[in-house]
Design a protein around this ligand. Structure first.
Ligand SMILES: *Cc1c(COP(=O)(O)O)cnc(C)c1O
Length: 368
């Protein structure tokens, strides 16, 4: 058996007819930038996320960039981000001119620890960017409370957690303005780059609309300094088709995760994902941890099973962030996760027989 880390085979088969129709409609509409499809997708995504406004953006990083710009965050400001996130979260803070301040995650959930956030707040702190890593929302109740007490903005990075909830409320609907990505491999993925911001604040939505399109709300009238960070019309058309399947695909991911959870109990030193009681996890990734991570990954590769490491080097140890002056040991929790984590295949269409094959290989590795 050969099991790739990610396969689009099943989701593509489910949407192929719809996608071809969507392409034809888009093509015939002859409105290739900010047309009917972007507008319709924005409405549909807002409904799905139970948020008032969605503004389609070119990709997830740009959605973070626009969120911070819309909040007027810039030079001299500090923004608190998790020490174990994907680099994009940190880059957005750098791009707006502010300073990223890293806070450690909770080792059980891998999400930013509210206590660590509190320790990092200074007079310069303007915002917090909680990242709902691997598909599990952060403790948004406590994070919003901390933000309220210190007069801080919250920008959720919801790239990995579409449709996940904290106490029944959707991730991406808590913060003042929130960013998401529809990179092809995300739970909701386009056929290229795509992203969005979500907000309940009409002024922030309007600002995002202007920022993404040259600072303009009306053609050839430029009220602010903007960018070209628009969601592509054809990607919006494709996303509309896939959005209809997202809830079912999410249930499938959760069912696969439940199988792994059941079948991988008590396997060597393997640590399985832990979901907070208040959270629903949408399993963008199924991440296990072991001291023998590299050996396990090699063993699974030889057995024909694809795995990935999310992420092998935390932001503070990346060359790009050398200037922050951190060395190994600065963020021990993030470093521990980077050294021990391994993401197993989890995609809609992965069968129980394939899960069994993966589980058997993992057990064989630990039992010799
Ligand atoms: C994918 C991702 C991004 C960036 O999204 P792009 O669309 O690739 O720019 C940002 N943050 C997190 C947590 C991500 O997983």
């Amino acid at each position: 058996m050969n099991i790739p880390f990610v396969s689009f085979e099943f989701i593509n088969a489910a949407v192929k007819t719809g996608m071809l129709q969507a392409f034809e409609t888009f093509f015939d509409n002859s409105m290739y930038i900010l047309g009917k499809e972007v507008e319709a997708f924005e409405k549909e995504y807002s409904l799905a996320l139970q948020t008032k406004y969605t503004v389609g953006i070119s990709n997830g990083l740009d959605a973070l960039n626009i969120s911070l710009k819309a909040l007027n965050i810039g030079e001299g400001d500090e923004v608190i981000v998790p020490s174990n996130t994907y680099i994009a979260t940190v880059l957005a803070v750098t791009f707006c001119g502010a300073t990223p301040v890293l806070a450690e995650p909770d080792i059980a959930t891998y999400n930013i620890d509210p206590e660590a956030i509190k320790e990092k707040i200074t007079a310069k702190t303007k915002a917090i960017i909680p990242v709902h890593l691997y598909g599990q929302p952060c403790n948004m109740e406590v994070i919003m409370k901390i933000a309220g007490e210190h007069n801080l903005f919250v920008v959720e990075d919801n790239a990995q957690a579409h449709l996940s909830t904290w106490k029944g409320k959707m991730a991406g609907s808590f913060g003042h303005i929130n960013a998401t990505s529809f990179y092809p491999g995300k739970n909701l993925g386009a056929l290229g780059d795509a992203g969005a911001v979500t907000t309940d604040d009409p002024a922030l939505a309007e600002k995002a609309v202007m920022l993404r399109n040259y600072g303009s709300a009306k053609k050839y009238q430029h009220d602010i300094i903007g960018y070209n960070m628009r969601l592509d019309e054809c990607q919006a058309a494709f996303l509309r088709v896939k959005l209809k399947h997202l809830s079912r695909w999410t249930t499938e991911r959760q069912a696969i995760a439940a199988l792994y959870q059941k079948k991988l109990q008590n396997t060597g030193d393997l640590i399985l994902p832990v979901t907070a009681a208040e959270a629903t996890h949408v399993y963008h990734q199924f991440v296990v941890r072991t001291a023998k991570r590299n050996e396990l990954q090699q063993y699974l590769t030889k057995a024909g099973i694809g795995t990935l490491i999310h992420y092998p080097v935390p932001p503070h140890l990346q060359k790009a962030y050398q200037h922050l002056g951190y060395t190994k040991g600065a963020f021990p929790v993030a470093e521990d996760i980077a050294d021990t984590c391994l993401s197993l295949p989890i995609w809609p269409g992965l069968s129980e027989a394939q899960v069994d094959f993966i589980v058997r290989a993992i057990r064989q590795f630990f039992n010799g």
